[in-house]
Design a protein around this ligand. Structure first.
Ligand code: SF4
Length: 316
C-alpha cells in the first residue's frame, strides 16, 4: 500500500474545533498524523491516541443512534421492538463493552480499536454509578421519543428510498463531497428520497444548539452537489430526541450563499496556518504557531490536555 497523504479537508466539526482552539485543530489533523506507526515519535503517538478518545456524551450519542436505528430496522422488517428491548439488544452491550475497555485501559494496546473515555483517562468521573445511570436514562428516553414522535413520520420509508451514507465505522474514507475544489466531509445521520424530494434528518441526543442548523445546511449542500437536488426539494430536520422535538426547515438561496461564504472564510483562515498557504501541500506551520485556546474553559473537556498541560501552565 502506498503512503497515505494527509489532504486538506473541511467539515463542520473541524471548523468548530478550529474556531474554539487552533491548537486542537493542529493536534487532530496534523500532530496525530502517522501516530499509528510503531516507530513514530512519542508526541505524535500520544496525539494519535488522544485523538481517538471520546467522552461519555459522545458515547451516549453513539449508543442512542445505534439503538434507534435498530428500532427503525425492526419496524421496517415488520417486527417492531420496544425501547427497553432495543436498549437491551444494542445500547447495553455497547455501553458495557466501551466502559470496561476504557476502565481497564485496553486502548493502550490499540487506541483505534478500544474505547478510551475522557472521564476515565483524566479522572474526572466523580461517581461511576451516577454517570452510568444518567447515560442509560437518556438513551432510553431518546429511544422512547423516537418511537413515539419520529417513527410515525418516517416508519414507511423503505430501504430502497434511503440514500447511502458512508460512515467512519465502515472503514475507508467516510462520506465526502468536493465543492469548489475543496474536500468536505459530510455525514448525515439519515437521508432518503421521495420522488424529487430529499429528506435529511440528524439525531441529537443532547441539548438544542443554534449551530445545528448550520450543520444541517451542510447536508443540504451535500444533497445539491451529490444528487443535483434543487434547494426547494431539500427538507431538513434536526431531531432533538431527548426533548421529543423536531426543528424542520428549508434553505433558501440566501442561506446557501451565507453558508458558502462562511465555509470559504473558514477555509481561508485555516490556510493561514499552512506553509505558503498551500492547501495542496497541506504542510502545517510549526505547532507553536497554532495558538492555545483563548478561553481556558475549553481545555477542561479537551482530549489533548495532556499534550498542552506544560505550555498552558507557563502561559498562566
Ligand atoms: S488542551 Fe486547551 S489549548 Fe490544548 S488543544 Fe485542548 S483546548 Fe486547545
Amino acid at each position: 500500500m502506498g503512503e497515505l497523504k494527509n489532504t486538506f479537508s473541511w467539515s463542520f466539526s473541524a471548523a468548530a474545533d478550529f474556531d474554539e482552539c487552533r491548537r486542537r485543530r493542529y493536534w487532530s489533523k496534523y500532530g496525530m498524523w502517522g501516530g499509528w506507526n510503531k516507530n513514530t515519535d512519542p508526541e505524535t503517538k500520544k496525539a494519535y491516541q488522544l485523538n481517538k478518545m471520546t467522552n461519555r456524551w459522545g458515547l451516549m450519542g453513539v449508543a442512542t443512534e445505534n439503538t434507534i436505528m435498530r428500532v427503525l430496522r425492526q419496524h421496517q422488517a415488520g417486527n417492531p421492538i420496544t425501547a427497553d428491548e432495543a436498549y437491551e439488544q444494542v445500547a447495553r452491550p455497547l455501553l458495557r463493552r466501551c466502559w470496561g475497555e476504557s476502565k481497564r485501559g485496553d486502548w493502550k494496546t490499540n487506541p483505534k480499536r478500544f474505547c478510551c473515555l475522557h472521564g476515565h483517562y483524566y479522572g474526572t468521573i466523580e461517581d461511576e454509578k451516577t454517570a452510568g445511570a444518567q447515560i442509560t436514562e437518556q438513551v432510553k428516553n431518546c429511544t422512547r421519543n423516537f418511537i413515539e414522535k419520529v417513527l410515525p413520520r418516517i416508519g414507511n420509508i423503505t430501504r430502497e428510498q434511503e440514500l447511502p451514507v458512508r460512515t467512519p465505522d465502515m472503514g475507508g474514507d467516510p462520506e465526502n463531497i468536493t465543492w469548489n475544489g475543496l474536500k468536505m466531509y459530510v455525514i448525515p445521520d439519515y437521508a432518503y428520497r421521495i420522488g424529487s424530494a430529499f429528506h435529511i434528518h440528524d439525531w441529537k441526543a443532547g441539548k438544542v444548539k443554534e449551530s445545528h442548523r448550520e450543520q444541517l445546511g451542510l447536508y443540504a449542500i451535500w444533497a445539491r452537489e451529490k444528487f443535483r437536488a434543487r434547494p426547494e426539494d431539500i427538507f431538513l430536520y434536526v431531531e432533538y430526541l431527548n426533548h421529543g422535538q423536531v426543528a424542520p426547515f428549508q434553505m433558501v438561496a440566501e442561506d446557501f450563499e451565507a453558508l458558502e461564504m462562511r465555509i470559504e472564510e473558514s477555509v481561508a483562515e485555516m490556510s493561514e496556518y499552512l506553509v505558503d498557504f498551500d492547501r495542496e501541500k497541506n504542510e502545517p506551520l510549526p505547532k507553536e504557531e497554532w495558538e492555545l485556546a483563548a478561553d481556558p474553559a475549553s481545555c477542561k473537556n479537551c482530549s489533548f490536555y495532556e499534550l498542552c498541560e506544560q505550555e498552558l501552565k507557563h502561559t498562566l
